[in-house]
Design a binder for this molecule. Structure first.
Ligand SMILES: *Cc1c(COP(=O)(O)O)cnc(C)c1O
Length: 393
């Protein structure tokens, strides 16, 4: 069947929750994707900041194949070796003390909310706590994660959502101060807002927030689902700010394609959970955690962080040149290999034309092109991407 046939079929059988690009992807190699008709695309989206290692990494694939033959799933009623190894590596990388594996980013947020509420409950011997999150934030699509997502358009049709959620302005400490009550259990922030339009937090904002939370024994939760795992040039974005959270959420590149997320916390906070408070059938199963474990090994072996820092500088430079050259571009912003170009006009047509010319990019809001390539991209790939973009402009 040709591409159009599959697209037609897909539109008959899948729920219409996406306006998809009109291509059917078939395979990947390095930083390139191929559709089922053999057309090649340079991938600057990485499955939305997921496939950090690039496609077809032999060692990663071999580790997964090996784990498939050994044991794919048991249950959290028992221990398994990959989960222990993956936990140790995530703890070391994140500076947290204990971890809970989930199947997605959304579920990591759910767990973080529950943990914050339980911590408050233990401390105050009462429920009814509140969580403050940011306008224009994105934390996921489940009822809990949606409740703390700062985009009314996503939330409204599904109300009533969970209660006790309050919104404040990102990069505005006073706005948060105004919303704090004696019921506030946590403040939830993306150190670099992703879906909201690629906005990095200010250093003073995060350090001020840390002080405020310390003063009032409010938990600081960083959602690093998109900006974590090396994307900003540090293993976790918070490390570039020198501001440590009490709870961190992680997903996207954590398994590099295997559906897995996690929330991790300091000992003091994690201790609020007791047996029975939280659970999952799949979360942390040997297949998913074998992927996580191998991902951490490969980041180290391939020196991925220093590679990101080197390439990111070059990408920033090239995007800045575009912003100067074309007057319909407002600005570039971002950190590391998580960059956004904001336009004065909608970017959809540019993205479609780029795809025609063999470049996959995505938006983050109507006027912003987002660049979240596999972390293994080189300067040559940046040049190739810029060349295609310029030909589109
Ligand atoms: C993608 C994302 C989520 C949701 O993760 P899913 O795996 O899609 O459930 C939550 N927070 C941030 C910052 C994200 O980028």
């Amino acid at each position: 069947m040709e591409m159009n046939g599959y697209i037609e079929k897909a539109e008959q059988v899948l729920m219409h929750t996406y306006n998809r690009f009109q291509i059917v992807l078939d395979k990947g190699q390095g930083v390139y994707l191929y559709d089922i008709e053999g057309k090649k695309y340079l991938d600057f989206a990485a499955g939305i900041a997921v496939f950090a290692l690039g496609y077809g990494n032999k060692e990663y694939n071999a580790a997964l194949k090996n784990q498939i033959d050994k044991l794919i799933h048991t249950s959290n009623l028992y221990y398994n070796v990959p989960a222990v190894k993956a936990s140790e590596k995530l703890i070391k990388a994140s500076g947290m003390d204990r971890v809970f594996f989930t199947n997605s980013g959304t579920e990591a947020i759910e767990g973080a909310i529950k943990l914050a509420r339980k911590y408050y409950y233990n401390k105050n011997h009462q429920a009814g706590s509140e969580i403050i999150s940011m306008n224009h934030s994105f934390h996921g699509r489940s009822m809990g994660a949606l409740s703390v997502t700062g985009n009314p358009k996503y939330r409204e049709p599904f109300e009533p959502l969970i209660g006790g959620t309050v919104f404040a302005d990102f990069n505005n400490l006073n706005s948060i101060k105004e919303k704090i009550t004696d019921k506030t259990c946590a403040v939830l922030v993306e150190p670099v807002q992703g879906e909201g339009g690629v906005y990095p937090a200010d250093k003073e904002f995060l350090s001020g927030l840390r002080n405020l939370c310390d003063e009032l024994d409010i938990l600081l939760i960083f959602d690093e689902i998109q900006c974590g795992m090396g994307r900003t040039g540090k293993m976790f974005a918070y490390q570039g700010y020198g501001v440590k959270p009490d709870i961190i959420t992680c997903a996207k590149a954590l398994g590099c394609g295997v559906p897995v997320g996690a929330f991790a916390a300091t000992e003091k906070v994690a201790a609020a959970f007791e047996p029975g408070d939280h659970g999952t059938t799949y979360g942390g199963n040997p297949f998913a955690t074998a992927a996580v474990s191998k991902v951490f090994d490969l980041y180290e072996k391939e020196n991925l962080l220093s590679h990101v820092n080197e390439t990111a500088g070059y990408l920033e430079e090239k995007l800045d040149e575009l912003a100067v050259k074309y007057d319909f571009i407002l600005e570039r912003r971002g950190k590391g290999l998580m960059q956004g170009l904001e336009f004065k006009i909608p970017v959809k047509d540019y993205i479609l034309k780029a795809m025609d010319k063999g470049l996959i990019i995505i938006s983050a809001g109507a006027n912003i092109i987002r660049f979240v390539p596999p972390l293994i991209i080189t300067k040559e790939h940046v040049d190739e991407m810029i060349g295609i973009l310029e030909s589109v402009f």
